[in-house]
Design a protein around this ligand. Structure first.
Ligand code: PMP
Length: 486
């Protein structure tokens, strides 16, 4: 039987031999021992409901029995050969994955991490367009490699070492923290009740509600419905985008990277139609559009398999990682035959481990499980239930500034109060976070000031577990309010 190392020994080894960057999430770091589906167990046998999925990575459940069985079989058959040799798992996987993407996104490059996928997408964009400049949002996270560091612009990840050259940031169209959108919109500070474009539901819910944030006008379908009669948020942010194009980059650009919903920045959603217009502006200047689906892909958003589909746009390049392998290191870049040819003319792209048989067999099993267990549908149903449930906290607590998201990707932004919207100090957010952990719930953190809780469970999560998570989170907030009042 496998025996975990003693806790004190782990701390000592960590201090001496592992990266000194303090990445431990908690004051008393968790020493994990085992996982099963949406549950994790520490070395002392304590159980935690995992609502962060190893940073949005465990898509179908920890140690999912089917995925584990496939991995075990493949490990005994053939677990490595470079992609210079052909093998069925790679070809089967390429066929399966490409079937899930719309035309003309049919050519797949297999790599090992999200950063590597985005590195490759940057090279592709430049090779295809013959231009250099690439734009990404402030608040974006696209990786930690020297190349992608130029695209990453969020909080602690903005490092004091030079990042990739030729990268420019543009204002993130964040309707909660940005200057436009929501009740503090510069254009319209008035809360209004008005129609949303969705039809009212059978019980009269949806279609109409008091708009707090411009995000969830419709309780019925939880669409990202931004009523433009409230304010001109989309237009204002597009003006900013044009300003970046006109002033910060060369007249022609290579590409534009966007996550369909920002993950590390704290589940930030953009005004409806923003991406569509931004994509058109990028293409007018000869650039290609890249959707970073590292967190949003594989059905997590519920209504669609890919996040870009929720914006009704068609990217030229899609990058994916994390959930693709349910935690096994693998990633992919999918593009059009035309862009793939432009790359091939200039570069022999090669990766020793990219497309290895073990990763590909696991990738195929993950896709099968998503389909067999209807996990996209579960993301939609349980995710909507979760969003509606957690949204109640916004009405109950002044320090809950916003609750937003789509499917099983929800963000809870903590503020000092609803009027100032200043981020809740990190020490206070840390305490709530730690209290949740001590009560058996693991949630993530995000945002430029680490002020947003990220609720992103594996896609097999049930409503009962959401109820448990809600009660724990609410108890942690009550505890915190009592502490504050003293
Ligand atoms: N893109 C996004 C949207 C991410 O969230 C991440 C990881 N947090 C990456 C890229 C980089 O992925 P990796 O850590 O696998 O390099």
């Amino acid at each position: 039987k496998y025996q975990s190392l003693a806790y004190s020994r782990v701390l000592a080894i960590h201090k001496q031999h592992l990266s000194p960057v303090d990445t431990a999430y908690f004051r008393k770091p968790l020493l994990l021992h085992q996982g099963h589906m949406e549950w994790l167990f520490d070395s002392e046998g304590n159980r935690y409901l995992d609502f962060f999925s190893g940073i949005v990575t465990v898509s179908v459940g920890h140690c999912h029995p089917k995925v584990s069985a496939v991995a075990k079989k493949q490990i005994d058959r053939l677990w490595h050969t470079s992609s210079v040799f052909f093998h069925s798992p790679m070809h089967e996987y390429a066929e399966k994955l490409s079937a899930l993407l719309p035309e003309p996104l049919k050519v797949i490059f297999l790599v090992n991490s999200g950063s590597e996928a985005n590195d490759l997408a940057m090279v592709m964009a430049r090779a295809h367009s013959n231009h250099t400049d690439i734009i990404s949002f402030r608040g974006a996270y696209h990786g930690c490699s020297p190349y992608t560091l130029g695209l990453t612009n969020v909080g602690i990840y903005k490092m004091e070492v030079p990042g990739g050259i030729g990268c420019q940031s543009t204002m993130c169209p964040d309707v909660f923290r940005g200057p436009w959108g929501g009740i503090h919109c510069r254009d319209s500070p008035v809360q209004t009740v008005r129609d949303c474009s969705c039809a009212p539901g059978p019980n009269g819910q949806g279609g109409r509600r008091e708009c707090h944030s411009n995000i969830k006008c419709c309780d019925l379908c939880m669409c990202v419905c931004f009523a433009t009669d409230c304010c001109q948020a989309k237009e204002r942010y597009i003006e900013q985008f044009k300003d970046t194009l006109n002033t910060s980059v060369a007249t022609s650009i290579a590409g534009f990277f966007a996550e369909p919903i920002q993950g590390v920045n704290g589940v930030v959603q953009y005004p409806k139609e923003f991406l569509k217009e931004a994509f058109a502006l990028v293409r007018e200047r000869g650039g290609v559009c890249i959707a970073d689906e590292v967190q949003t892909g594989f059905g997590r958003l519920g209504s669609h398999f890919w996040g870009f589909q929720t914006h009704d746009v068609l990217p030229d390049i899609v990058t994916m990682a994390k959930g693709i392998g349910n935690g096994f290191p693998m990633a992919a870049v999918v593009t059009t035959p035309e862009i793939a040819k432009s790359l091939a003319k200039r570069l022999l792209h090669f990766s020793t481990f990219g497309g290895n048989p073990l990763a590909c067999a696991i990738g195929s099993a993950v896709l099968e499980v998503i389909e067999e267990e209807n996990l996209q549908r579960n993301s939609q149903e349980v995710g909507t239930y979760m969003l509606l449930k957690f949204a109640k906290l916004r009405d109950e607590f002044d320090i809950v500034g916003d609750v937003r998201g789509k499917g099983l990707m929800v963000g809870i932004e903590m503020v000092q109060d609803k009027i100032s919207r200043q981020p809740l100090p990190k020490t206070e957010v840390n305490q709530i976070h730690e209290d949740c952990k001590d009560m058996g719930l693991l949630v993530g953190r995000g945002g430029n000031f680490s002020q947003t809780f990220r609720i992103v469970p594996p896609m097999c999560v049930t409503k009962m577990e959401v109820d448990f998570a809600y009660e724990v989170f609410r108890a942690a907030l009550i505890q915190h309010m009592e502490r504050r009042a003293k």
